[in-house]
Write a protein that binds this ligand. Sequence first.
Ligand SMILES: [Zn+2]
Length: 284
Amino acid sequence: MYVCVRKYIYIYIRICVYVCSSHIVMPDGTWIGWFVNLQVNTFLCRVPQEYIEDRFNLTGLELLVPSFHQTLDAILDLEFDTEYGFNPMDADPELTAQLYGLIHARYILSTRGIEDMCLKYQSGDFGMCPRIYCNGQLVLPVGLSDRIGESHVKVYCPRCRDVYQPHPRCALLDGAMFGSSFPHMFFMQMPHLLPDPPKEQYTPRIYGFKLHNTALLPPPAEANANSVFSNNTDKINTDNIINNSNNNKPSTTIPMVPPTTVKISQNSSPTIRPPMRRFNFTIN
Ligand SMILES: [Zn+2]
């Protein structure tokens, strides 16, 4: 009997430790508790009630969200119906999520907010970098814009310092809920967590041989043809004429033979000739 009781107590303690270490927010009947526990909102941390009640932290948001006060009351509602998602405040659910997202973007730049996000980062809530040579580096959420409705959230890899699409489950969150500054502020506050840049880089090979730098460039003939038909045609050929005049040669023959040749003389526009014909410049 005594052994069984000890066993149950041990299991209970293990569950409590797991809940605390994984930073799971248990539902508590509030709108915030319900909202951050939705699977699609895994990237969001819980903004403390007292942070939202401090009106200094909300300065300027009343200009961005319609029905600001009604929406704020819905966020702070302590009697939210978590089973059916019903809000007695009758606030617009989309506006409520928007306002919470804007408050969240400010909170995670504060010292306490960065500590909360650090727990989620270290437990892998935001996922890993998909780049092979980043070796499963943990990532942070970032917005490409600070304004609501412009782009969805992305994830930032501190190793390769690039951004990627997040897990589809959280990909529909608005990027403004995190802002464009968050990961950089995070590593300014937590410099010891900033990883070194990757040492390896992918090398393109064919049958095991590295490709030469010029292997993927267009063929010379194609490059010459492009230069002849580019907008700078007149300038290029005029330069040739000037160089020739400096050498005191009245005329010269250009050995370059593009697929189509162009005859250029002063006071005339370029004329397309059949290919494989040489052409002369005439200097007056
Ligand atoms: Zn990476």
